[in-house]
Design a protein around this ligand. Structure first.
Ligand SMILES: [Zn+2]
Length: 70
């Protein structure tokens, strides 16, 4: 997937949980995955970070990967 580099750990975590949920027929596993997704909803927001070079503000992973204009 080409947007691998523009998604955050948090977004990937949710994607993996949702995909696991669609791939299991076990009620027990579904229960645990739904509980994990509820906890995911409760995660505190990721603090934004500012690029020290160009001043761009965004999620830390995005700032690490952005194409700095300076
Ligand atoms: Zn920058």
């Amino acid at each position: 997937m080409s947007d691998q580099q523009t998604t955050t750990s948090r977004e990937r975590l949710r994607m993996y949980l949702v995909q696991a949920l669609t791939r299991t027929e076990s009620d027990d596993v579904q229960w645990h995955l739904k509980a994990a997704l509820r906890e995911w909803e409760n995660l505190p927001p990721t603090p934004l970070q500012e690029c020290p070079i160009c001043g761009k503000v965004g999620l830390p992973e995005r700032i690490q990967q952005h194409k700095c204009t300076n």
